[in-house]
Ligand binder design. Structure first.
Ligand SMILES: *Cc1c(COP(=O)(O)O)cnc(C)c1O
Ligand code: SF4
Length: 344
C-alpha cells in the first residue's frame, strides 16, 4: 500500500501492452495517410505545412474505418491537417475557453463548483484538428505521479470538491499502473466521491480497455463515470461484435456509466441525419449522448465552424425523432461562466 506521503514514481510495466504498440504505430506522416486512403498527392504538401503546427496523429484502426478515395470522409476530416488551419481568422485564438485563468496549480483546472479537472498528460491517441487544447502549454503540466502531489494536496484541502475528472490530453494514454496509483490516491481523499474519465481511447484504440483498466476504474470506493468522445457514427462499429462495440460493452458490463460528448463540426457531423445516426448508434452501444459542443473558437479551427442557428435546428429535429434520452444538450463553453452554457 502506498500512502499519500510516500514518494511515487512513474511506473513502467515489465512488458508493454498491445495498445501501446498501436499507439506507437499510429499514422504520423501525411504521405502515408494519403497512400493508405488513395488520396491525391496534392494533399500531402499542405498537410505537411499544417502538421508542423500540430502534428498529424491517427491510429490505424481508426484510419481503417475511413472510406478510401473520399477526401470528404467524416473521420478523415477530423485528423487531416489542412492549409485552412494556417489562415488567420478573427475571433479564433489560442485559449478560447479561459483555461489559463482556471488553473489552480499546474495541471489542475477548476471552473465549476464541486468538480476539478486534472490534466494528467498532454498525449492523445489522435490529434483532432478542432481541439481547443492544440495550443495548451502541456509541457508545464505534471508528467509523473510525484508531480501530481501539489494538485492532490489542493483537492484534499478543499472539502467542496466531490468529483475529479481525469482529462488531458487523454488520460488513457498513461499506463494502468500509473492510473491505478492515481485512482487510489484520489480515493484516499474522503470528500471525493466520483472519478470521471474523459477519453477518446476506447473508440480510437479499443484494445485499451484492458482488465487492468477495469480493475482500477471500478476497484476503489469512487463511483466511476466515463465520458467518451465520438463525433460520427462511423467511429463506432455497426456490428455489436465489432472491436469498438466489444470494448464499450466491457466497460458497460463492469457497471461504468458511459456518456458521450461530440463537437458540432462542419463537414463532419453538421446534419440532422449524421447526428441522429450517431446518437442512435451510441445508445445501441449503451452510451448516452451527453453534450454536443459548439466549436470552441480556437486558432486553426475556423473551417469547422457551422452557421450559428444550425446546432439549435438540428437539436430540435432530433427531439422530434429520437427518444428524449438519446438527444444531447447543445452547449457552448464561455470563459468565466459557472457551467457550460446550455443553448438547447
Ligand atoms: C467541461 C468541464 C468540466 C465538466 O463539466 P460538466 O458540465 O460537469 O460535464 C469540468 N471542469 C472543466 C474545467 C471543464 O472545462
Ligand atoms: S484532447 Fe481529445 S479532442 Fe483534443 S486532440 Fe486529444 S483526443 Fe482529440
Amino acid at each position: 500500500m502506498t500512502s499519500l506521503s510516500s514518494p511515487t514514481r512513474f511506473v513502467r510495466p515489465a512488458d508493454s501492452p498491445p495498445w501501446k504498440a498501436e499507439l506507437r504505430q499510429a499514422v504520423r506522416d501525411p504521405a502515408e495517410l494519403a497512400r493508405l486512403l488513395e488520396l491525391p498527392d496534392s494533399w500531402v504538401e499542405p498537410a505537411r505545412a499544417a502538421a508542423r503546427e500540430f502534428p498529424l496523429l491517427a491510429p490505424r484502426g481508426y484510419v481503417g474505418r475511413m472510406r478510401p478515395g473520399d477526401p470528404a470522409d467524416p473521420l478523415l476530416r477530423q485528423v487531416l491537417p489542412l492549409a485552412d488551419e494556417l489562415a488567420p481568422a478573427t475571433g479564433f485564438d489560442q485559449d478560447p475557453v479561459g483555461d489559463a485563468a482556471a488553473a489552480l496549480t499546474p495541471g489542475l483546472l477548476q471552473k465549476y463548483q464541486g468538480r476539478v479537472l486534472l490534466v494528467t498528460t498532454g498525449a492523445c491517441a489522435v490529434h483532432c484538428r478542432y481541439c481547443f487544447r492544440r495550443h495548451y502549454p502541456y509541457s508545464e503540466s505534471p508528467k509523473a505521479l510525484a508531480a501530481w502531489d501539489e494538485a492532490l494536496a489542493q483537492i484534499a484541502a478543499d472539502p467542496t470538491i466531490h468529483e475529479v475528472i481525469l482529462s488531458g490530453g487523454d488520460p488513457l494514454t498513461l499506463v494502468d499502473e500509473t492510473l491505478g496509483e492515481l485512482a487510489r490516491r484520489i480515493a484516499d481523499i474522503p470528500h471525493v466521491n466520483r472519478l470521471r474519465v474523459h477519453t477518446r481511447l476506447p473508440v480510437m484504440i479499443p484494445s485499451r480497455v484492458t482488465d487492468e483498466l477495469l480493475a482500477w476504474l471500478t476497484g476503489t470506493r469512487l463511483t466511476p463515470v466515463m465520458v467518451l468522445h465520438a463525433n460520427h457514427a462511423n467511429e463506432l462499429d455497426d456490428a455489436v461484435n465489432g472491436e469498438v462495440a466489444r470494448a464499450i460493452a466491457r466497460l458497460a458490463g463492469a457497471g461504468v456509466p458511459l456518456l458521450n460528448q461530440a463537437v458540432l463540426l462542419r463537414g463532419v457531423n453538421d446534419t440532422t441525419a449524421a447526428q441522429a445516426e450517431l446518437c442512435e448508434r451510441l445508445v445501441d452501444h449503451r452510451v448516452m449522448p451527453y453534450y454536443l459542443h459548439q466549436l470552441d473558437k480556437v486558432a486553426g479551427a475556423a473551417h469547422f465552424e457551422t452557421p450559428s442557428e444550425l446546432g439549435e435546428q438540428i437539436i430540435t429535429k432530433l427531439r422530434a425523432r429520437l427518444p428524449g434520452y438519446a438527444v444531447p444538450r447543445l452547449v457552448r463553453e464561455e470563459a468565466g461562466e459557472s457551467s457550460k452554457t446550455v443553448i438547447r
